[in-house]
Every structure is written in C-alpha cells, then in structure tokens.
Design a protein around this ligand. Structure first.
Ligand SMILES: [Mg+2]
Length: 232
C-alpha cells in the first residue's frame, strides 16, 4: 500500500486477545460464585451459552439497536437463563466482577508485539475500538501496547460505534491523519472492514480464525498479523 502514514488498529481480538482474556475472567468469576456446585452446570457448558448471547448482543450494539448499559445488564442474566437457571439474581454482581477482572487480562494476539515493533517508527499507530472507555484505557495503559499507540478513540468518545462513519472520522480528527494516508486493520468484517471502506479508508482484514468471508476489491486478507508486512 502506498503513501500510508497512519495505521488504525481495532483493539479486541486484533491486538488484545479478548477471546482468551475474557474466557479466563469468566472462568475465574464462575468459580468464585460457586455456580457449578450450586446448580450443577460445568463451566464449558455455561460458556457456550454465554458466547452466543454475548455475540448476539454485541451485534445489536454495533447496529445501534441497544445501548452499552443494556448490553452489560443483559449478557449474564440471559446467559444464565439460557443455561437453565431461572432467577439468576446474582448476575448483576457477576457482571461487575467480570468487568473488574477482564481488563486485567494481559494476553495479546499472537505476534502483536512483533508487528507493532516492525511498524513503529515507519508509521503512526492508533486505535479505534468499540470497547468501553474505562476498560480500553486499562487494557492499553497496563500493557506494552502503551509504548506503541499514539491516539485512542472509543465508540463513546466518537459518539457512535464502528461501522458508523463517525467512529472513523473521530479517529482522523484525534490523530490529525489524512484519510488518503490511513489504513484500518481489524478482525470484524462488518464493523471494521465494511465500516472503514464505506468511509473511504483503505483496510486490511485480519481473519485469525480463517472464517469464511466476503471480499472487497483492494482489501487484503491476512490470517496472521505478521503477514501485514507484505502490505506495509
Ligand atoms: Mg475486534
């Protein structure tokens, strides 16, 4: 890609390993609350339910069908109900404990540091994330990511989550980058890739799980972060 000066990364599951860190946090809180002992459901069984409920709520959040507080107040009660626990009145407390634990997670996506070291100095590196402001701040400033990232925009600071063009335009404004000199790299086809390209920004799709996806002309697809070196 030519004339690129600014790289905008997605955070969760592109640089910060949300899948891994979240599972560790939910597992810890699940054990703390003694749910297997009390109700007889093992963690893996619960986590399947939680994964589906959470993914579907995040999709609604990206589509502006629900708000962030709604997402947070629904994901655990609905997961426990879907598992078969009828009155999960502990779910509110569960969410609070989960939020306190998850941003402590330190696992990054494989080769994240390697690619950031390669890009640093050649490009300005930024983040545009749909993550929540407090946890985003914690994830970046309590990890090595803070040594690489110049500016950070969240859905709330932008006024809307990706794929809304407001999120990308806030990224440009915050960093002082020009659209023509910018590229977006993310793992969510709709929010990151469709969002960026409809805004007019170049994009690279990171597809670590090698999932089936659509194609957009001029948008490279990489399964490993190190493959970004082929384009930047
Ligand atoms: Mg992501």
């Amino acid at each position: 890609m030519k004339n690129i000066k600014h790289i905008f990364f997605d955070l969760d599951n592109t640089l910060w390993d949300y899948r891994r860190n979240a599972e560790i946090a939910v597992r810890k809180v699940y054990r703390e609350f003694g749910i297997e002992k009390e109700y007889g459901y093992g963690f893996d069984e619960f986590y399947d339910h939680y994964y589906k409920v959470n993914e579907s709520l995040w999709e609604k959040y990206r589509n502006a069908e629900i708000t962030r507080p709604e997402l947070q107040s629904r994901r655990f009660p609905e997961s426990f109900k879907s598992l078969g626990i009828q009155n999960p009145d502990f779910a509110v407390e569960f969410e609070l404990r989960f939020m306190a634990e998850v941003s402590d997670g330190k696992h990054l996506v494989p080769n994240a540091i390697e690619i950031l070291e390669y890009l640093k100095g050649k490009y300005h590196i930024h983040i545009i994330t749909n993550g929540f402001p407090k946890t985003t701040d914690y994830k970046i400033n309590n990890s090595i990511l803070k040594d690489f990232v110049e500016t950070v925009v969240t859905a709330e600071s932008a006024g809307a989550p990706k794929p809304n063009p407001k999120a990308f335009s806030a990224g440009l404004k915050e960093s002082g980058a020009k659209l023509s000199e910018s590229v977006y790299i993310g793992d969510d086809w709709e929010a990151d890739i469709v969002g960026a390209t409809e805004f007019g920004m170049k994009a690279i799709f990171f597809n670590p799980l090698s999932e089936n996806h659509l194609w957009i002309e001029g948008v490279p697809v990489v399964d490993h972060l190190t493959e970004i070196k082929n384009y930047l």
